[in-house]
Design a binder for this molecule. Structure first.
Ligand code: C2E
Ligand code: MG
Ligand code: MG
Length: 646
């Protein structure tokens, strides 16, 4: 044998060395899973078998100078390693193929067949000393191929055929990357077999295993983009892939979302390093909780566990186990911290036909759990209905925005000192396509959530500016407009408002901006700066809905509000309820002494109005005086007022 016939093996050895070095370069602590271990065994087995091939060829070509027993031992070891490695690769490929299939019958059967075949082949190697079926040494000590020598090549072919059959049976749940690997194997085996036929002096056994290792390595091991870099568990992309494969394979699954709440507290109190370590612990716990479970980190503090859904009891037990664990503290060295959490339980089939739909349902349920302060929400028909109503509503809003169906109505505001209507509040109105009105209390939060609120605010602002500049409303000194929190975050807010005022030649003191009390809960420094910027362009700011319990008095006084609007819940029980009446009177005295003016909203009866006026209310807004109305009606309303005044 000349040395060129071993070129393929030397080349394969180099490839294997590169793969092994790269493979060791990964962060083992992150995810040294059973799958990774198996692949490592494949790599080590291949390398050993290539090395043994080279050494035994070397011995075989030096008959006489190397003892026959050593040659026989090395050749036997080569056969044994080649057979075992081939089977390890086969098992690894089966594992990849069935990665997203809970029913592991196929895997069990494949393992049994491969183990039996491997055992038979290894037996053949062991008794070769006596039979000479694989190889033997002639009288002169030369290496000779035995009658069953080529039978070794049959093993990978049988395993490949089994693998293809398994793939065809489960292909709905086989990922694109595994499909690519499986499809690329037959041509490679064919090509190397042809090469072997035409160049029988070449040794190509190592080439096959190194090429397969390379393909697997490139396809999977270098792929870190589907792993979360902090915890090493699967990430969101991987979760979506998992869902689509499980759904395609019609496999019943239970999806448990665990969301950590107020996690920034952990970071603030103990530092980010500890925060990271806690997240790592949580990920490990979920990852190793169930052998068939698969854990994902879908966002910074959200983890998902996907389990096979077998029985109701098993599903409930999983929820109880996780809940119980999360109610216990997480211990890291001498530190112990409790993590408040929310959980969502969703089962498929039943809920969700696509990964996107499932993700939407999980997110919606999580919001619901947070809003309702529940630690566990089970996604059911009722929640599904609510979600589909929400989707419908968003669709109506999107269409209405395009078709300019949103209307701006105005509710006149009565000025107590002048005994006349002097202002109005702009309020958005929308109805569905059957003509039923949709309450702003329903669509405004959705507009905030979807980001539509910005465009809507500009629509209202433009309408208000148009109305104020029309000159058709005698006595209308100002109009107020509601701003949402999201709007207040816009650093260009003051500039935008200024542009509209300039465009319609409206004096800034005719525009009032209402900001709800809830806004004060957010970043106070930023809010203060924004309010200062608005005041700087000459626009007055009203505090809306005062008394709904979101902020305390001192924080309200910290801001530059010229008017305070008392919420309708405060005016509801006056003058009948003595305590409520006393409270309103005291509040008014106090605000007045601090230089603020007061508007009371939601006034529905003459008694209420009389009492509030007697307390010194500056303005009153409510159904008792006037209901919200379209711009045209408001013009007629003010003209009539003006007329009667004149
Ligand atoms: P708000 O700013 O506190 O508006 C006053 C709400 O009280 C209006 O409800 C008005 O119709 C209602 N109201 C006035 N007088 C009475 C009364 O005597 N009795 C009763 N029961 N209700 C009265 P509406 O129009 O349903 O608006 C609800 C909320 O939606 C508003 O509360 C405001 O927070 C929000 N909103 C409305 N339009 C807009 C808008 O253009 N932008 C933003 N960001 N929010 C808006
Ligand atoms: Mg308001
Ligand atoms: Mg209000």
């Amino acid at each position: 044998m000349d040395r060129w016939s071993l070129m393929g093996e030397f080349f394969s050895l180099v490839i294997m060395a590169i793969i092994l070095i790269r493979y060791y370069g990964y962060e083992w602590h992150v995810a040294f899973t059973a799958k990774r271990k198996l692949f490592l065994y494949c790599l080590l087995g291949s390398t050993a078998s290539i090395l043994l091939n080279i050494v035994s060829v070397f011995c075989n070509t030096r008959a006489g100078s190397i003892p026959t027993w050593l040659g026989a031992l090395l050749n036997g070891a080569y056969f044994a390693f080649t057979i075992a490695t081939c089977s390890l690769f086969a098992l690894f490929l089966f594992r990849l193929t069935l990665e997203h299939v809970y029913d592991q019958h196929c895997m069990k059967r494949a393992t049994a067949v491969i183990s039996a075949l491997t055992a038979a082949y290894l037996l053949l190697v062991a008794i070769n000393l006596f039979t000479g079926a694989l190889f033997y040494y002639d009288q002169a000590g030369n290496y000779c191929r035995g009658p069953l020598n080529r039978l070794v090549f049959l093993l990978p072919i049988i395993e490949l055929v089994l693998l293809i059959l398994c793939y065809l049976r489960n292909r709905g749940s086989v990922s694109a990357r595994v499909t690519y690997v499986i499809r690329s194997l037959p041509p490679i085996v064919l090509m190397l077999s042809l090469l072997q036929i035409f160049y029988s002096e070449l040794y190509l056994n190592g080439m096959l295993s190194s090429v397969v290792s390379l393909i697997l390595f490139i396809s999977f091991q270098t792929h870190t983009s589907d792993r979360d870099s902090l915890t090493g568990i699967r990430n969101r992309n991987n979760f979506l892939a998992e869902l689509s494969l499980r759904l395609a394979g019609h496999q019943p699954i239970q999806i448990i979302l665990v969301s950590l709440q107020f996690f920034s507290d952990v970071n603030l109190r103990h530092g980010h390093k500890v925060g990271d370590a806690v997240l790592y612990e949580v990920a490990r716990y979920l990852e190793y909780l169930y052998p068939q479970g698969r854990a994902f980190r879908t966002s910074s503090v959200n983890f998902v566990l996907v389990l096979p859904w077998t029985t109701q009891e098993q599903a409930e037990e999983a929820l109880t186990t996780i809940r119980r664990r999360f109610r216990q503290p997480w211990v890291l060295g001498d530190l112990s911290c409790l993590l408040p959490f929310c959980m969502v339980d969703l089962r498929c089939p039943g809920f969700g036909d696509s990964p996107e739909e499932i993700v939407e349902q999980l997110e919606y349920s999580l919001d619901l759990a947070k809003k309702e302060n529940q630690s566990l929400i089970r996604f059911d028909e009722n929640i599904r209905r609510k979600l589909s109503q929400k989707r419908e509503l968003i669709e109506i809003m999107r269409r209405s925005m395009k078709e300019r169906r949103f209307q701006v109505w105005y509710q006149p505001i009565y000025c107590c000192h002048d005994d006349i209507f002097c202002s109005a509040e702009a309020l958005l109105r929308l109805s569905d396509y059957r003509g039923n009105p949709i309450s702003p209390e329903v669509f405004i939060p959705l507009a905030e959530e979807t980001g539509m609120i910005s465009e809507l605010t500009w629509i209202v602002l433009e309408e208000v500016c148009r109305l104020l500049s029309s000159g058709r409303l005698p006595g209308l000194k100002s109009v107020s407009l509601n701003l949402s929190m999201r709007q207040l975050l816009d650093p260009e807010l003051a500039n935008h408002i200024q542009q509209y005022l300039d465009q319609y030649h409206v004096s800034p003191d005719r525009l009032k901006l209402e900001i709800t009390e809830r806004v004060l809960l957010h970043d106070s420094q930023y809010t203060k700066r924004q309010l200062a910027a608005l005041s700087a362009i000459g626009v007055d700011i009203y505090m809306d809905d005062f008394g709904t319990g979101y902020s305390n008095l001192s924080s309200v006084l910290d801001y530059a509000f010229s008017f305070i609007k008392l919420d309708r819940s405060l005016a509801l029980h006056v003058p009948g309820d003595q305590q409520a009446s006393l409270m309103i009177r005291s509040l008014m005295t106090m605000f007045h002494s601090l230089g603020k003016r007061l508007i009371v909203e939601g006034v529905e009866t003459a008694d209420q109005a009389d009492y509030l006026r007697s307390c010194g209310a500056d303005m009153i807004q409510g159904f008792h005086y006037a209901r919200p109305m379209p711009g045209e009606d408001l013009a007629a309303f003010f003209q009539e007022q003006h007329g009667s005044e004149a």
